[in-house]
Design a protein around this ligand. Structure first.
Ligand SMILES: Nc1ncnc2c1ncn2[C@@H]1O[C@H](COP(=O)(O)OP(=O)(O)OP(=O)(O)O)[C@@H](O)[C@H]1O
Length: 948
């Protein structure tokens, strides 16, 4: 029996960085108007088209919505053959309504979102009506009377329901869904050159240019017409090559096709084309890995995945099976992301128990996947408003109005002087070609074309060319810290264990630790794995584990035992013994690291043991977070001071905690994270050193010299971040730092870092709200530093003015969650900054997308993580990009100024000459000689700047 097919409804998603699925705003049910074809209206329309020599066809091509209104009549959506769909920017697209006949019996009810309606109601006779808008399918839903976005299994299915699908679809179910969902592929067509040429030439400006050239030839301006024609051809060819290269680049990134094994009819079928996958299919992930062709929820086993395609970060991420629950499954939610295999990412290894297969339920296909969303956001970007372009268009409008006046004026003057009708008309039209410079679009894009080529030479790749000019407007650059300003690799400086409720004095080496929870936690609380014979994983985890000197014993693929999955043990003769045998720590369950939670945990069995139910929980993460999960009496009284003194020196500090867990293994397999991560005992601190990259300080100083503000947005501790900011020159040594922090007594309080006092107000009182901190309050100038918690409080509870003042003075934003990073970028934009963001990690994705110019430092060129990807692994790419952006913008602006003046001067002189002379030839001479002189003197005055 056909199970209900979800055809869902989503709330308007907000651009959300940490969430690849919400990369593009989607309106699940955009405003729609239906139309049906009308024969008599069409006949009338085409008659009108023929009369003005095809001009109507051009207008229909430029304004399809107007064309539809003229040739069809409005009707209810249920009977429409074409629909006008309005997007979030207010643009109107005409979409054709298609029908598909579902195979098999179609009398079962069908679920639409969270409601059930009879199938007959939706599809009379098994016919389904749908339209494709921007690569997404919208299905006609009679109860709503609208076309509603067709979603995968991410709407209305509980995690338990997904587990219930392990048997796979029947063949009939599959063929019905295949008919509904279409092919599973993200295929961006690379249009052939001739199609691109036609599209390019039909651009209103080129059409205008062509008409102008014809007029000039008729008027015998052969050289001028020839020159403009030649320039236009070169411009069309450059633009064509550019568009084609861009399309090819997106196509190569987006498209992939492979064969997979799926479970259908309850049995495994291999060699199935990935394009035939539909939501509800069950994928068998092979141990050798797989480039994922869809979004899928992991049901059994574990997978180690490289998500560089989506995040730009090549660090392997461990995905664990989705726990069955009554919660609705949402692949993008922070709690379900770690159980979801995203399309376009590479599974490098799988782990499974005994003979069990690694199964994943397909939840989204094609453009409805996370990767599909990102590709759509490249193909259909939200309107970017660069003031220069907006003003340029306004100016062109003004010129057009002027041209209209000139046209009427010339007609009048020529009739007055009784010139021939043919000459009069030609001259009148000529005035229009004079007033509106036809080569304008080419002029506006030439800078971008050159900038892109030079960026490519510098190993900076761009998937969104219109962002180049935005980079030229950047006034503030946000930097991620770890891996961007500082090296990826860390040095383990030492550990500070807690013994009997107090810290030991000073740091010691992890290798000198006795058998204790801190050592065990360091050996097991990680997600590293051996891939191609090399230990691979998060640099923090790697350094911490290697610091213990222990070894990792992983079972060979296929022999993954339920009770001893991955074992950490001391090296041979390393001395670690309990109950007379060598100690072995078996990692039974892992709660993976998440930037939002700032921690990770494992459930471990310490062997040998006399009680098989005696398990242990080890947890590591940001010290403040871990401290909150610990029993208060296990946290030393001088915890803040010890942490403060370490972070003030710029060290990266992690806290480690543990607790015994008396629980049978099968229960531990299902236990919830919140149940395990509580009532912990602090075991100690792990201290790492993170060095600055050699390029960081010089780049920082060159940006400051260029008047660009630098801001750090990091997930790390505030004091560590401030120390790094000082070290790299982001905060000069002579400037003060005011730390804003939330306190239980006041909303937000302020203190001057290093002095402990609060900044005084103009009236001499100590300040408690940003409102009373004035720029001149402290001498020399000050910078503000705050953490994510304070950021949220200020954002939500303080006045607009106060918050904006913090935005203007804030230099270090620490302990920021991925969503907060993106929010901060948007807020900085809202107060008028052109913002660039440079980052390297998954937690920066949202901010990279939100910024005017997001630059991802990534080894991979083919990533949809951000508009710009730099293979240069340091921030030296930032000034290169900003310089190219400025060059492109300045070039466009200067050419625009030149062309506008050229047109205006010519228009005015010709108009004056028409009114003072009857001799048309004099006008021609003036256009040829005098005007050229004026024009070159103006050209001299303007100085077209060089690119650099
Ligand atoms: N693998 C890990 N296991 C446990 N805790 C971690 C791990 N990695 C980072 N943390 C903790 O979580 C915090 C937040 O990490 P996150 O990755 O969001 O930012 P970050 O790496 O510190 O800084 P940045 O945002 O500059 O890259 C870190 O400061 C650290 O305390």
């Amino acid at each position: 029996m056909e199970k209900p097919v979800p055809v869902g409804k989503v709330e308007n998603a907000v651009v959300n960085g940490s969430d690849p699925c919400q990369d593009q705003e989607i309106d699940s049910c955009p405003p729609q108007t239906g139309y049906r074809h009308s024969i008599w209206r069409s006949v009338l329309f085409y008659a009108l088209v023929v009369v003005p020599a095809g001009l109507g066809l051009l207008l229909a091509y430029w304004f399809p919505a107007v064309w539809l209104r003229l040739t069809a009549y409005r009707c209810p959506l249920g009977s429409a053959s074409r629909v006008i769909v309005k997007d979030l920017d207010g643009n109107k697209c005409v979409e054709v309504v298609k029908t598909a006949i579902l195979p098999g019996h179609t009398h079962q009810p069908i679920r639409i979102g969270h409601t059930c309606v009879g199938l007959k109601e939706v599809w009379s006779g098994g016919v389904v009506r749908y339209l494709i808008h921007r690569h997404l399918r919208y299905l006609y839903q009679p109860s709503v009377g609208k076309f509603v976005l067709l979603r995968g299994l991410d709407d209305g299915h509980t995690s338990s329901a997904l587990h219930g699908m392990r048997g796979g679809l029947s063949l009939e179910q599959h063929s019905k869904r295949a008919c509904l969902y279409g092919e599973n592929s993200i295929d961006v067509p690379v249009k052939p050159y001739h199609v691109l040429l036609v599209e390019e030439v039909l651009h209103p400006f080129y059409v205008f240019q062509l008409v102008s050239v014809v007029f000039w030839i008729v008027e015998q301006y052969y050289y001028y017409a020839g020159a403009v024609f030649l320039i236009s051809c070169v411009s069309v060819i450059i633009s064509l090559l550019q568009t084609r290269r861009h399309l090819q680049q997106i196509h190569d990134i987006a498209f992939s096709s492979t064969t997979v094994s799926v479970v259908r009819e309850g049995r495994e079928m291999s060699g199935v084309s990935s394009s035939s996958l539909v939501p509800g299919d069950v994928l068998v992930v092979p141990p050798s890995g797989l480039l994922l062709p869809c979004d899928a929820a992991l049901l059994t086993g574990q997978a180690i995945v490289n998500e560089a395609m989506l995040t730009g970060e090549s660090v392997p991420v461990t995905k664990t099976p989705l726990p069955p629950s009554s919660l609705h499954y949402l692949p993008s939610s922070s709690s379900h992301k770690r159980h979801t295999l995203f399309c376009g990412t590479q599974v490098v290894q799988t782990r499974f128990y005994g003979n069990e297969r690694v199964l994943a339920a397909v939840v989204g296909t094609g453009f409805s996947t996370a990767k599909g969303g990102m590709v759509r956001s490249i193909l259909f970007p939200r309107k970017l408003s660069v003031r220069f372009y907006v003003d340029a268009m306004k100016f062109v409008l003004l010129l057009s109005i002027l041209a209209g006046c000139g046209f009427i004026y010339t007609l009048a003057i020529n009739f007055y002087f009784k010139f021939q009708v043919k000459d009069t008309i030609l001259r009148a039209f000529d005035v229009i070609t004079i007033a509106v410079p036809p080569a304008l679009p080419a002029a506006l894009t030439v800078g971008i074309v050159y900038a892109l080529a030079r960026l490519r030479k510098n190993n900076i790749f761009c998937i969104s060319p219109q962002r180049v000019t935005l980079a030229g407007k950047v006034k503030l650059v946000c930097f991620d810290k770890t891996g961007t300003l500082t090296e990826d690799s860390l040095d383990l400086l030492g550990v500070q264990p807690v013994v009997a409720g107090s810290f030991t004095s000073g740091l010691c080496s992890a290798r000198d630790l006795p058998q204790c929870p801190l050592l065990y936690a360091m050996a097991t609380t990680h997600s590293i794995a051996t891939i191609n014979g090399k230990l691979t994983g998060d640099p923090i985890d790697l350094k911490m584990f290697q610091g213990t000197g222990w070894v990792l014993r992983e079972p060979p693929p296929g022999s993954f035992d339920t009770l001893t999955p991955t074992i950490a043990c001391p090296p041979k003769g390393g001395g670690g013994e309990i109950l007379g045998s060598e100690v072995e720590l078996a990692q039974l369950r892992m709660f993976t690291f998440s930037s939002d939670l700032q921690r990770m945990s494992v459930i471990v069995r310490v062997a040998p043991t006399s009680d098989p139910k005696q398990l242990h929980v080890f947890c590591k993460g940001a010290p403040e977070t871990i401290c909150q999960l610990c029993r208060p009496n296990s946290v030393p009284g001088d915890f803040p001071e010890v942490l403060g003194s370490l972070t003030q020196q710029g060290y990266r500090v992690l806290a480690v905690a543990h607790r015994p867990l008396h629980m049978a293994w099968h229960k531990a397999e299902r236990v919830k994270r919140e149940v395990v991560e509580c009532d912990l005992r602090l075991a100690g601190l792990v201290v790492m050193q993170n060095r600055l990259k050699s390029q960081t300080t010089p780049v920082m100083s060159s940006l400051s010299h260029a008047g660009i503000r630098n801001v750090m947005i990091t997930g790390d501790h505030l004091l560590t971040a401030v120390c790094v900011a000082r070290e790299c020159g982001m905060i000069p040594s002579t400037h003060s730092v005011i730390v804003a922090e939330t306190t239980p007594t006041s909303l937000v309080s302020f203190r001057v870092l290093g002095e402990g006092r609060s900044p005084t107000t103009e009236s001499g009182e100590e300040g408690t709200t940003p409102l009373i901190i004035k720029a001149g309050d402290l001498q020399p100038p000050f910078h503000m530093a705050l953490d994510g918690k304070t950021f949220s409080v200020l954002r939500e509870s303080s006045s607009q003015d106060d918050y904006q003042r913090v935005l203007v003075k804030g230099t270090v934003f620490a302990r920021m969650a991925p969503d907060q990073k993106a929010q901060l970028v948007r807020d900085l934009q809202s107060i008028g900054y052109g913002v660039a963001m440079c980052g390297d990690g998954a937690n920066d994705c949202g901010a990279l997308k939100a910024a005017h110019a997001g630059i991802s430092l990534s080894e991979t060129e083919a990533s949809v993580a951000s508009p710009f990807t730099s293979k240069i692994p340091d921030i030296s790419c930032v000034p290169i990009l900003l310089r190219e952006g400025r060059c492109a913008l300045v070039t466009s602006f200067s050419i625009f100024k030149f062309m506008a003046l050229y047109s205006l001067a010519e228009f005015i002189t010709v108009s004056i000459l028409y009114s003072v002379t009857r001799q048309y030839s004099i006008v021609t001479i003036f256009r040829g000689k005098t005007f050229t002189r004026i024009f070159w003197s103006l050209f001299d005055l303007i100085h077209i700047p060089t690119f650099q």
